[in-house]
Design a protein around this ligand. Structure first.
Ligand SMILES: [Zn+2]
Ligand SMILES: [Zn+2]
Length: 805
């Protein structure tokens, strides 16, 4: 496992030398060639020299005014200008001329900065390119920073004079799509999606677009066959909220999706990419034609890949005939995150596969010691082999990490250069307005997405020095402490149910250290140069303080619940324990809500209303979901037999009476059925070694619906099965692409007429009496046993007494 301890000691200005005079820098290396401002007065004019240059020119004037107090005139190219000219746009300025090779070779989001004794040229081919030139100039030459969105996130040095040296810089993007945040903040840090400038990379819709491409309200009534067949029925969707998947093997569906994509481009010729993504669920079409496209030998993580690739390619081919340059983006996600088994399948050249890297962000993607990343790295390399355009969809904000600080700078520094090495098309990330918890991450991610070669230690040092000014040393220590603790903890962040990891990472010791750093930073804020500086610094620290307060509250709440969970002997949560958890958790829940509402108003954390937060704030739910394995990464949990339990609990071996008939009780979570089909079949191996089907899970009309439930299969003749060991197999019909959990299987004396409701009640009320009465049982000792997607769960139950004797 990598141990990249952070070493942020270099207090260098990483983003380039500061050429401006005044507070920022007293001297200009190589000597000043010109001044833009002297003694607080303008000594230059800003010339708008190309279409699209107006707003970038105004941005330059606005910031030079903020820096120096000097009001610099912004004039059209035709105007006669005496003195030094700052030219925005075009290929020439005075004696400066961008040569044809450079100009022709420049992408629409490249830029050029050049100076001579008579002029400064800030240019690009588009409004976006010109903005980049201006913003890069302000950042590198004048020390302006946009660390976080909004006024509070901006750092503008104050100077009487702005002098420049000889400048010659050509900015070239590494990734074609750069999507960290949106709006002005993102644009100023050289992102190009959703930044509101001509020349940006224009994407139609974010993700999960099947219901936008084929709106159910338009097609649903006339063409139910366009939508997924689930449980023997066409979905018959009515509107957007229905989240219905498409029948992707239907040729008319392919034609309509392609036609609607073409219409989008007709209506907006500036579109670069359209998202063609499934909805965010696994209710995919079960029709014969769709199933025929699935691959034998596929695992949970690529069971749907082939059918979707065939669909994407078919749509891309039609769209490509009219618009060869229009890209169609499709996500690799859930049961289609892994590339197809058949490595000969190719992805169209006008498609972009957006690989969703769900987990883990505490280890680098290339870290072979992380079981999640080991798989994901294999997948992403597999995609690169069959697709020309692979973008990454990242989780630099992840809902399942519950608004907590997300110390991932140590992985960003390795991962983003690795994406460059893989030749990836772009980097996009989930993003939230939780700047107290994630602000530094977004900034580092954006900076590396523009230039993966940046020195991350210097970048973080620059952030702390400028953003926290007099409090920079304790804040540098704050972030370093957090990163070091994450690395040392070895946890995988963030799983879908990350409760155990939260407790493991945010120990009392770590929280005390963070609190000490922040307290020192807060006292330093009092010593700022001016009341205004002091207020700004306090407001910035308040973002972090709120995030830390919430972290303390959340970790304490989870520690309290973990202690309750430890006392529970059953592999599930009993009703009594659930009630106790609700009572004990209530004041914690209240406190967390209050902090998060305040955090949301400040922009420090997200609010308490997302589905993940709602789950967190249900104490019994937290206990039930404490340690569920990630789908697609099911590890078999440890299990115990009746004899193990007897020994552990200090009981004598017991041999109950041996009945002629017996029953199997299966207790688990999320056994489903629909109107015609059950999710699983249950089998026993008889004395002849034959597999005999004894029942189904769940019986039609008696589905588990994500609840813990016990099912009884009775009337089994003891004489037909082996005496010492019962081999039980649970098979999965496939097609639901989800995983159920088995907590325990109990071999019981037969009780004709016993319902699943009664058995569930008995098991959850008094587990020990069931254990004692059983002829044998097997229980999961930790997470429950995975029972999923077209796979078999095989269990051997040792019988303490022999049925039939
Ligand atoms: Zn279908
Ligand atoms: Zn990991």
């Amino acid at each position: 496992m990598n141990c990249n301890r952070t070493a942020w000691v270099v207090l260098a200005v990483v983003l380039g030398p500061a050429f401006c005079a005044g507070d920022e820098s007293a001297s200009v290396p190589g000597g000043a060639v010109a001044t833009l401002v002297e003694g607080g007065r303008a000594t230059c004019s800003i010339v708008v020299a190309a279409p699209g240059a107006q707003r970038p020119a105004e941005e330059l004037a606005t910031y030079l005014l903020k820096i120096s107090g000097a009001s610099i005139p912004v004039v059209p190219a035709a105007a006669g200008v005496a003195g030094f000219r700052v030219v925005v746009g075009g290929r020439t300025a005075g004696d400066i001329e961008v040569d044809a090779t450079t100009w022709e070779g420049m992408s629409r989001d490249g830029y050029v900065i050049r100076s001579s004794p008579s002029a400064l040229l800030l240019t690009g081919k588009t409004e976006l390119g010109m903005f980049y030139a201006v913003d890069a100039f302000l950042e590198k030459q004048c020390g302006v920073r946009w660390f976080m969105p909004g006024d509070l996130g901006e750092v503008v040095p104050k100077m009487d004079a702005v002098r420049i040296g000889r400048l010659d810089e050509t900015g070239r993007p590494v990734f074609r799509m750069r999507w960290v945040g949106r709006g002005e903040w993102a644009r100023r840090n050289r992102m190009n999606v959703g930044v509101g400038a001509e020349g940006e990379f224009k994407v139609k819709w974010f993700v999960h677009t099947f219901d936008s491409l084929l709106p159910p309200e338009t097609y649903g009534a006339a063409h139910p066959e366009y939508y997924a067949l689930v449980g023997g029925k066409r979905a018959a969707p009515k509107g957007k909220g229905d989240q219905v998947q498409l029948c992707t093997s239907n040729l008319e569906v392919i034609r309509e999706v392609a036609a609607n994509s073409i219409r989008l481009k007709d209506a907006d010729p500036t579109l670069d990419m359209i998202s063609v993504d499934p909805m965010d669920n696994l209710s995919f079409c079960e029709c014969e034609n769709c199933r025929a496209l699935d691959e034998p030998g596929a695992e949970t993580n690529n069971s749907l890949t082939r059918r979707l690739l065939i669909f994407y390619n078919a749509v891309a081919e039609i769209v490509g005939r009219k618009y060869p340059d229009l890209l169609l983006k499709s996500i690799a996600y859930l049961s289609y995150v892994a590339p197809p088994v058949d490595a000969k399948v190719r992805v169209s050249s006008n498609s972009v596969i957006q690989f969703c890297r769900f987990i883990c962000h505490n280890h680098a993607l290339t870290d072979p010691g992380c079981p999640y990343n080991r798989e994901y790295n294999k997948y992403i390399q597999g995609w690169r082999q069959i697709a020309g355009n692979v973008a990454i969809y990242e989780y630099y904000y992840k809902c399942s990490w519950l608004e907590l600080p997300w110390p991932i700078v140590h992985t960003l520094r390795t991962d983003i250069p690795y994406f460059q090495k893989l030749g990836m098309f772009g980097v996009a990330t989930q993003y939230g307005a939780n700047l107290g918890s994630n602000g530094l991450d977004y900034y580092v991610a954006a900076k590396l997405t523009w230039d993966p070669s940046l020195d991350v230690d210097a970048l973080v040092a620059d952030f702390c020095t400028r953003f926290y000014a007099g409090a920079s040393a304790p804040m540098l220590e704050y972030y370093r402490t957090l990163e070091d603790a994450a690395v040392a903890s070895g946890v995988h962040i963030a799983r879908q149910r990350s409760y155990a990891e939260v407790v493991a990472l945010f120990t009392l010791e770590l929280l005390a250290k963070l609190d000490a750093c922040l307290t020192r930073a807060e006292s330093a804020a009092g010593g700022a140069a001016s009341p205004a500086d002091s207020a700004t610094l306090r407001a910035r620290l308040e973002l972090v303080r709120t995030s830390l307060e919430y972290t303390e509250a959340c970790a304490e709440y989870l520690r309290v619940l973990a202690a309750l969970r430890k006392d529970e002997d059953a592999p599930w949560i009993s009703a009594a324990l659930a009630a106790q958890a609700a009572e004990v958790g209530a004041p914690h829940v209240e406190r967390i809500r209050t902090i998060l509402n305040r955090g949301k108003a400040l922009g420090a954390t997200g609010g308490p209303e997302t589905s993940y937060m709602t789950r967190l704030l249900d104490p019994a739910g937290v206990l039930r979901n404490w340690d569920i394995p990630e789908i697609g990464f099911g590890e078999k949990g440890k299990s115990r037999q009746k004899k193990d339990w007897l020994a552990e609990s200090g009981r004598e071996p017991m041999a109950p009476p041996r009945p002629a008939t017996f029953a199997v009780w299966l207790f688990g979570n999320d056994f489903d059925s629909d109107d015609v089909q059950s999710e699983h079949d249950v089998w026993l191996i008889n004395t002849a070694g034959e597999k005999v089907k004894i029942g189904v899970l769940a019986p039609v009309g008696d589905a588990g619906d994500k609840a813990d439930k016990c099912y009884v299969i009775g009337g089994l003749s003891a004489a037909e099965y082996p005496r010492d060991k019962l081999a039980l197999v649970v098979t999965d019909a496939g097609g639901s692409w989800t995983v159920s959990t088995v907590f325990g299987v109990y071999v019981m004396p037969d009780e004709p007429g016993l319902t699943s409701v009664a058995a569930t009640e008995r098991l959850t009320r008094d587990l020990n009496s069931v254990r004692i009465a059983s002829l044998g049982f097997i229980e999961s000792a930790d997470r429950g046993m995975d029972c999923g997607d077209a796979k078999e769960l095989r269990l051997e139950i040792e019988l303490a007494a022999r049925p039939g004797e």
